[in-house]
Design a protein around this ligand. Structure first.
Ligand code: FMN
Length: 143
């Protein structure tokens, strides 16, 4: 059985902590998973994966990180039709606009966004946030 890939970009570690908790949840749910920094994978590596997770904090002015994550997501748009994707990330002062836009974008590309929404934590994920990541990871393991 192949590992569920949890691909993320993170500058100060908050989204990375979410990625690791999602992996923990998948494993607790009985499947294998790995957290992968976006620069360590290519979009083509997700070609045969029907379920995976993508994480990125709110950056710029309510956008994805522009050097690595944005081009990665753009390249995925033509190949996510029918795939189930968990979107997640940490944010600071905004209201989650970057995540709403990201969910809309992946849905428009034909992906099934898990739970129809993204998983967000404010800055450093607190215990409840980590618990939520673990629970979403467990849900992923059922797919
Ligand atoms: C350059 C920069 C731009 C940011 N832009 C936003 C933003 O538009 N909206 C928001 O809510 N938070 C914004 N933030 C806050 C980050 O999303 C937040 O600190 C997050 O926890 C960082 O996640 P990370 O530790 O995974 O890098 C920004 C942070 C930086 C450094």
């Amino acid at each position: 059985m192949s590992k569920i890939k949890v691909v993320f970009w993170s500058q100060s570690g908050n989204t990375e902590a979410m990625a690791k908790a999602i992996v923990e949840g998948v494993v607790a749910g009985g499947k294998d998973a790995e957290a992968i920094f976006v620069s360590d994978i290519t979009p083509g590596d997700l070609k045969d994966d029907n379920v995976f997770a993508l994480g990125c904090p709110a950056m710029g002015a309510e956008v994805l990180e522009e050097m690595e994550m944005e081009p990665f997501v753009e390249a995925l748009e033509s190949m996510v039709n029918g795939k189930t994707i968990l979107l997640f990330g940490s944010y600071g002062w905004g209201d989650g606009e970057w995540m709403r836009d990201w969910v809309d974008r992946m849905s428009a590309a034909g992906a099934k966004v898990m739970n129809g929404e993204g998983l967000m934590c404010h800055e450093v994920p607190d215990d409840a946030g980590i618990e939520e990541c673990i629970n979403w990871g467990k849900q992923m393991a059922t797919l």
